[in-house]
Design a protein around this ligand. Structure first.
Ligand code: NAP
Length: 246
């Protein structure tokens, strides 16, 4: 068994892959041999650049715009991927938003939007790709959670709820799908150098025992490890530079 899985002939969908962690995951999966659908919401140019980088590695790739909180958009996205690349074998639910809000400032609309993009999307995308994975009796689903699923976090209670819900769904799907060859795990980073963390970077970095933020590539490496391990399911892999309280 190799430490780096051979993903030749596998089709991956990474949501929110135009930048940040999703981009690094898309490139890492392509380097391991997968063809990749690069989902984005608004930043088409960035997504196209990721597609070009994957094609330069000799793999097939498409950019596909879709709001993952919309059932209709997710259905159209998975159909387009099936037609252009083939049905999805590896789903990485990475798309997310992190609106920094205090308890008093948080509105109902912001709470709902966060739950829709960060949590409902996991249900929508998973349900959309499962029929094919179950039919082939092989599938990998990796949900990008956060230390905020367990800690207090720096974003807000809406974000805590979305990520804790994601980890609950991870365990629920994993238990129901293990016998069918589909593994479902979460990777929970804390404090990774991306656009999402730029607003409070200097404040956050002081709280990390390792003395620096993590990189998107370090998160992608954990995703690849999970994808390569058929016996691991229902787990959350945390990576946080020793940070336990955020
Ligand atoms: P980021 O740099 O802000 O990128 C977010 C990505 O999600 C972008 O590709 C964006 O697309 C996409 N996206 C946002 N809303 C979407 C929607 N409705 N439909 C489809 N795509 C959507 O974020 P990041 O830091 O890489 O975070 C990625 C994931 O890791 C998130 O789930 C986040 O909660 C989680 N996470 C991050 C950290 C951290 O420290 N950075 C820590 C823990 C967990 P566009 O480019 O088109 O806008």
């Amino acid at each position: 068994m190799s430490l780096s899985p051979d993903l030749d002939q596998r089709i991956a969908l990474v949501t929110g892959a135009s930048r940040g962690i999703g981009k690094a995951v898309a490139l890492m999966l392509a380097r391991a041999g997968a063809d990749v659908a690069v989902n984005y919401h608004e930043r088409a140019e960035e997504a196209r650049a990721v597609v070009e980088a994957i094609r330069a590695l000799g793999r097939r790739a498409i950019a596909i715009g879709a709001d993952v909180s919309s059932a209709a958009a997710v259905a159209a996205m998975t159909q387009a991927i099936a037609e252009q690349l083939g049905p999805v074998d590896i789903l990485v639910n990475n798309a997310g938003i992190g609106l920094i809000r205090s308890i008093d400032a948080l509105t109902e609309a912001e709470f709902d939007a966060t739950l829709a993009v960060n949590l409902k999307s996991v249900f929508l995308c998973t349900q959309a790709v499962l029929p094919h994975m179950r039919a082939r009796r092989w599938g990998r689903i990796v949900n990008i959670s956060s230390g905020a699923a367990r800690g207090g976090g720096g974003i807000g209670v809406h974000y805590n709820a979305s990520k804790a819900g994601m980890e609950g769904m991870t365990r629920g799907y994993a238990a129901r799908l293990a016998a069918e060859g589909v593994t479902v795990n979460a990777v929970a980073p804390s404090l990774i150098e991306t656009d999402m963390m730029s607003a409070r970077r200097d404040e956050y970095v002081k709280r990390i025992p390792l003395g620096r933020m993590g990189t998107a590539e370090e998160v992608a490496q954990a995703v690849l490890m999970v994808v390569g391990n058929p016996y691991m399911t229902g787990q959350t892999v945390q990576l946080n530079g020793g940070t336990q309280f955020i």
